[in-house]
Write a protein that binds this ligand. Sequence first.
Ligand code: ST9
Ligand code: ZN
Ligand code: ZN
Length: 327
Amino acid sequence: MPDMDIKTAVWRPTPEQSVEDVFDTTYKEKEGPKPPVVIIWRNVILMSLLHSAALYGLLLVPSASVLTLFWTLVCYVFSGLGITAGAHRLWSHRTYKASLPLRIFLAFANSMAFENDIYQWARDHRAHHKYSETDADPHNAQRGFFFSHIGWLLVRKHPDVIEKGRKLEISDLKADKVVMFQRKYYKLSVLLMCFFVPMFVPWFLWGESLWVAYFVPAILRYALVLNSTWLVNSAAHMWGNRPYDSTIYPRENRFVAFTTIGEGFHNYHHTFPFDYATSEYGWKLNLTTFFIDLMCLLGLASDPKSVTRDAMNARIVRTGDGSHRNG
Ligand code: ST9
Ligand code: ZN
Ligand code: ZN
């Protein structure tokens, strides 16, 4: 476990831990009534419009060409990697090191996913790990499926998210020029990567109608990537086994692992957040781990961190729910 230096009150990582993403057992929720929920109607309207347009996009799927459907899959995986290999495993948890070209690639992919800029995403995500299932967790799963899935994006944050989040160590994000550049030009990069590029390519290269190109690879794909990501916060915090730590909410959920290209092994991930693979099963249901391994092979990434087999097995015996074959 990382420690606070008593004299300086500065958070100190252990050798295997490079960021502040370990659960804080000292935090206590404030007593008394909870602050009122403030609905952000603008977000409610925009999310309703997006999901209605995505349903319409679904109806257009039969009229899209095979190339357009393949391109939709390419955009899904590319934007997915911007979240999984980028915002999540690289920038939130620093589970491996990435060269400048790879970080630029991941920042573009991340803008295609349009899930807040990398800086905000990683800051919220560190808060999620450090304060899981409490008032200071942005998508506290104790508040139910709807809140942890999408509801948290439709209301003001609990004051503790902001109060505790402001104390998080995020100097590494501020020092990363790619992260700060993407934050500065975020709106423009989203317009280009999330909407323009997915629509323009099928129209320009193989004559797909602009209408279908807008509603299928852009809008429908965006809504699918969002909902897959949100399933990690909702479904994978509620349904599945807990082979590594039965005392926490996050679960192993294979369906979510499939839709999120490798992020559904969530009990493992919250137990060993520094592990670049987020699973003990290598490339199985985990395209993201394959991608990071490939980047390491090409010399574009290095130092992937992993938990040792012995440490993992000891943890399974100590805190697992008995569902693991080694348990
Ligand atoms: C989206 C994000 O969808 C999804 C994230 C999911 C994470 C999943 C993780 C699971 C693991 C990985 C799995 C990946 C799978 C991928 C699969 C792919 C196939 N710390 O936020 P504001 C401060 S986004 C410190 O506005 P409000 C800060 O000063 C979708 N400080 O709070 C901040 O200012 P700034 C599209 C914090 O006013 C200020 O407060 N986007 C923290 O309460 C205001 O912050 C949307 O829908 C913190 N944690 O508003 C937009 N938080 O940022 C939705 C805040 O300038 N968001 N501060 O430093 C909003 O409109 C608003 O955030 C709000 C809250 C209304 C929700
Ligand atoms: Zn994480
Ligand atoms: Zn989680």
